[in-house]
Design a protein around this ligand. Structure first.
Ligand SMILES: Cc1cc2nc3c(=O)[nH]c(=O)nc-3n(C[C@H](O)[C@H](O)[C@H](O)COP(=O)(O)OP(=O)(O)OC[C@H]3O[C@@H](n4cnc5c(N)ncnc54)[C@H](O)[C@@H]3O)c2cc1C
Length: 413
């Protein structure tokens, strides 16, 4: 049995759903028999932003302000753990990384929870709270001054944003255009999609299905405030004063280039969003880097796993697997083998595999309405769907759960 009190360094990059879950569980271990375990959380943002609550933030400035939680409050004061506000530049080998601020960090275990970027404005790109609030405020003002709004993309985010905009601005013409034949991800039941169309209709939204908006090359990656006429593949034209993109998603993996160069092969998928390849244990898909994990939206698990709550579960699996490796003394053997340049000879103990067993969704459509699917039961057109979604999600979009990750309460307003 390995000595559990030894010094062990874990670096977690990305403090959102996946990274926060991993960092919190690992930091807690240091109080439970692993006193030498040090967690360093790195994020390019100074504040966590609660993306799940974005539809509410867009129409409610007070809620938006509460949705930014400072990473400086993530660890209790006086512990060995630390937050570093910088961007990961490169993972240089199996034990080192470089940050954009020039800092070099050593790690025994690395968690890359760097997620992905949805298009603006639904992805708040600012790195601090004030800039982030200003970004949301700009769009809110644009909506207030608009007569018509076009939302492009009828996945869960598009449906929620459309519902909140339509409910907050009932006098405006709101159109949701979706390329699929039904709203919401296809793995959910048709009754949920039909319920979403009906409830958006109740709010006066014009839902257009089977239509692909042809976005100009220079449309970029942001909200557009100002009159535009966009064409659909059907030949129809859509004129609006504000356009909100709820399609597209990109993963950054440029920081893996030094490892890819060493291996002579890619650790990410070139096509599509550029997902990072993982094994079912959430380890990077390479025998050379068994101590590097990629939970959350950044990995190449199916799109049905790209949810905050699943990212959080993957963060938990990652922490549990790192604990198993620590218990087996893996890091000590791995360091020795690296020094002797024999990395392939280190035995990795059996680790847990993440499996996606839960298909559930709660979709608020404005403050009063909503559709859901839980345990294969679809709550689409019914009033009970509204009630359940309101009770479980709409009130504060589960922000209270995120606050649990930030024990330094005096820093949170
Ligand atoms: C508007 C909106 C609404 C949503 N609603 C829901 C919902 O209701 N329910 C649900 O389950 N999911 C929802 N999602 C999806 C959910 O937000 C994502 O699945 C989740 O954010 C993924 O979490 P993650 O930790 O993998 O990555 P992310 O949340 O993308 O976080 C990545 C973190 O890494 C940091 N980072 C990235 N690159 C670097 C770098 N190079 N250096 C340092 N730091 C870096 C970022 O700053 C960020 O903090 C929604 C998403 C959006 C955009």
């Amino acid at each position: 049995m390995a000595d559990k009190s030894r010094d062990i360094s874990v670096v977690v990059v990305g403090g959102s759903y996946a990274g926060a879950a991993a960092a919190r569980k690992l930091a807690d271990l240091s109080k439970k028999g692993y006193p030498g375990l040090k967690v360093t959380l790195v994020d390019e943002k100074s504040h966590y932003f609660h993306a799940i609550g974005f539809p509410k933030s867009l129409v409610d400035g007070k809620y938006a302000s509460k949705s930014f939680l400072p990473f400086s409050a993530f660890f209790e004061a006086g512990t060995q753990h630390q937050f570093v506000n910088s961007r990961l530049h490169a993972v240089t080998d199996a034990h080192h990384l470089e940050l954009e601020n020039g800092q070099q960090l050593y790690f025994d275990y690395l968690v890359l929870a760097t997620g992905g970027k949805a298009p603006g404005p639904i992805n708040v790109s600012a790195t601090g709270k004030d800039d982030g609030l200003a970004e949301i405020e700009r769009l809110r003002t644009g909506l207030e001054n608009a007569d018509s709004v076009l939302v492009i993309g009828g996945g869960a985010v598009g449906v929620e944003v459309t519902g909140f905009v339509a409910a907050a601005f009932p006098q405006k013409k709101v159109t949701l255009v979706h390329s699929g034949k039904r709203l919401l991800p296809a793995n959910f039941r048709e009754g949920v999609s039909n319920g979403a169309v009906a409830k958006l209709g109740q709010l006066g939204v014009n839902v257009v299905l089977n239509e692909r908006i042809e976005l100009p090359e220079d449309f970029g990656h942001a909200a557009h405030i100002g009159p535009q006429v966009l064409s659909g593949a059907s030949g129809a034209e859509y004129s609006s004063d504000v356009q909100i993109l709820a399609v597209g998603f990109k993963v950054n993996s440029a920081f893996l280039e030094p490892l890819e160069a060493k291996l002579g092969s890619l650790l990410h998928i070139e096509d599509g969003p550029g997902f990072i390849r993982v094994r079912p244990t959430l380890q990077l898909d390479s025998d050379a880097f068994p101590n590097i994990f990629v939970p959350g939206d950044a990995n190449d698990l199916p799109m049905t796993a790209k949810y905050g709550f699943k990212a959080e579960m993957q963060g938990g699996t990652t922490a549990a697997n790192i604990k198993k490796l620590i218990d087996s003394g893996f890091d000590q053997a791995f360091v020795r083998s690296q020094q002797q340049q024999r990395s392939s000879s280190v035995e990795v103990p059996p680790l847990s595999k993440w499996s996606d067993m839960l298909d559930a969704i709660l979709v608020p459509i404005g403050p009063d309405l909503g559709v859901a699917q839980m345990l294969k039961v679809a709550l689409g057109c019914s009033g009970i769907g509204n009630f359940i979604v309101r009770q479980l999600k709409t009130k504060d979009f589960m922000l209270w759960m995120r606050k649990g990750y930030f024990p330094n309460k005096q820093q949170i307003n």
